[in-house]
Write a protein that binds this ligand. Sequence first.
Ligand code: PLP
Ligand code: COI
Length: 342
Amino acid sequence: MSTIPTDINWSSLPFGYLKTDYNIRAYYRDGRWSKFEKSTDETIPVHIAATALHYGQSCFEGLKAFRCRDGKIRLFRPEENAKRLILSANGIMMQPVPKEIFIEACKEVVLINEKYVPPFMSGASFYLRPILYGSGGEVGVKPSKEYTFMVFGGPVGPYFKTGFKPMPMQLIKDFDRAAPLGTGMFKVGGNYAASLRASERAHGEGFNTVLFTDAKDHKFIDEAGPANFFAIKGNRYITPDSHSILRSITNMTLQQIALDLGMEVERRHIAIDELAEFEEIGACGTAAVITPVSRMVNRSNNNEYIYTMGGEAGPKTQKLYDILTGIQSGIIEDKYGWMVEV
Ligand code: PLP
Ligand code: COI
């Protein structure tokens, strides 16, 4: 049993990088994947002509491990992340990481850094960041012949500093994170680079994050910078259907939980004007978990939509949150087998 670090205050952890003991690396060379190796080094040697640096051949995943009520540590739906990394890799012509290697590497990273997995119900979790990038040198615009797959992880708190308290969000039409037929559905680094100017401006204007609209007409809601969007209207859970948003695993999970609660689930285009009709709205994702939205401001016309519930989450959002986090911490039965023991 490893010793628990005494200098970490689990309940006040931010969402950020914290050095742990080990990370994992594997290399694709000469047509096959190497066995993965353990490293204590936080840095990587990179070829000066690596396609990741020049042409953006880089994609990643984000998933969490939880210390559950029975003391065991479990990953939340790692198979879905493995599948999405394959989708992203194929989307930008990279060598995909086989599902088995992905899951084994994730389990191993948790096990070798076990002392950094936050205690049961501490409000924190162990966040894993698998990354795949083109590490071979090319000067012409073409896919790399070599790839590096790495997984690191560390303990984190909530992504948005409000945690589960509602936050303000800004809807924008003058920046797009991805083109209509572009890479929005893949978890590639370039999408996040494209979102930075809008996000930083929104922070400067007093908002926690932005809500992007569809890049073709800017009439429909797409997603937030680091999370999907959902809304509640009556007994309905409504979330955007768009070619250019990430298929959030948290959102997929919430849709199932909503169905199990007897709610109707709608995945469809959502016109901006519908914001006036929703009772509750929020952002969802691995890092964001569920973060309710208190106020949405459309930056292009200053229309403001208020979703105040005395500064708290709305009742349906609260229910979804309690069930999701209850399953993740092992308090609520995991009837779909979403939790995978490491
Ligand atoms: N949308 C974007 C752009 C994201 O970066 C993320 C985070 O992974 C999500 C949505 C949520 O996806 P997931 O629930 O799979 O973490
Ligand atoms: C996640 O939720 O895992 C993300 O990757 C979102 C963000 C931190 C980029």
